[in-house]
Design a protein around this ligand. Structure first.
Ligand SMILES: Nc1ncnc2c1ncn2[C@@H]1O[C@H](COP(=O)(O)OP(=O)(O)OP(=O)(O)O)[C@@H](O)[C@H]1O
Length: 255
């Protein structure tokens, strides 16, 4: 089968400019099948833009993205059937309850109604959203929105999960549940890409990592290689560069 030996995701030469500002410049990433891949970088580095182009949500100015060898822009429907995405920000119908969102999007994915109902109930229960049964998504907290977004990403049992900051604003108990779900997904043969600002979490979960800085890949590969002899945080600061003016500025804060 074509997809079996291919990387879960391969991007080559991805580029995106917003006006004069080049947000992503020549980004090439290879995410091996079966890996748990972390994408880290400072605010505004281009992580969200890269992931959005990689999964077919944002058209690149140049470059390609393939999911298990399927071109995201030429064969969008096939590529999207292989991937579950938790995008940045609000990207779902808000005037529906969590269960209605899952039902609606599950049916749109072409899943049989019985399967959608069964999976929706299980996801809502495991992610502890069943108590919000009658609440509209617009009433959800930020963390609850992350969790329903994750449920949507998992619903069609994709082979690759691409999750933009899945742990942001999520309480510790839910975060532990999500970690368990994601680890189990990888153990079962799935592949996961997460972006995160929490280096300790990336070190704990991921076996591969890419550091993005200024829209470019500063380092990428197996976690042990990227962090060298030290911690990922040390490698990150080394690669990205600490800002001298912050160390020296804000003198007026000290009396
Ligand atoms: N729709 C847009 N219009 C204009 N500029 C944008 C747009 N989206 C992103 N940018 C710019 O592109 C750059 C990369 O943004 P992006 O959101 O990809 O960074 P990020 O690494 O995900 O940041 P963060 O860690 O803060 O979420 C930033 O300078 C941002 O201001």
């Amino acid at each position: 089968m074509r997809t079996q030996r291919q990387p879960a995701l391969r991007t080559t030469g991805l580029r995106k400019a917003f006006g004069d500002h080049v947000a992503v410049d020549d980004v090439g990433l290879t995410v091996p099948a079966g890996s748990f891949y972390g994408l880290v970088g400072p605010n505004g580095a281009g992580k969200t833009t890269t992931l959005a182009m990689a999964v077919g949500l944002l058209r690149p100015d140049a470059g390609r993205a393939e999911i298990f060898g399927v071109d995201v822009w030429r064969s969008g429907v096939e590529a999207k059937s292989l991937v579950g995405v938790l995008p940045d920000g609000n990207a779902m119908p808000e005037r529906l309850t969590g269960r209605e969102v899952l039902t609606y999007l599950g049916l749109l994915r072409g899943l049989p109604p019985g399967v959608v109902a069964e999976r929706a109930a299980e996801l809502l229960s495991v992610l502890e959203l069943d108590s919000a049964e009658r609440a509209l998504v617009i009433e959800y907290s930020t963390g609850m929105r992350k969790k329903i977004g994750l449920a949507v990403a998992l619903l069609h049992a994709p082979r690759l999960l691409v999750l933009d900051e899945p742990f942001e604003a999520v309480d510790p108990v839910s975060a532990a549940t999500i970690r368990t779900i994601l680890r189990r997904f990888v153990t079962g043969g799935g592949s996961v890409i997460i972006s995160s600002h929490v280096m300790a979490l990336v070190e704990q979960l991921c076996d591969h990592v890419a550091v993005i800085s200024g829209g470019r890949v500063a380092a990428a590969g197996p976690l042990a290689e990227v962090r060298g002899g030290g911690s990922l945080e040390e490698a990150f600061i080394e690669l990205v560069g600490a800002r001298a003016e912050v160390r020296e500025g804000l003198a007026w804060l000290t009396s």
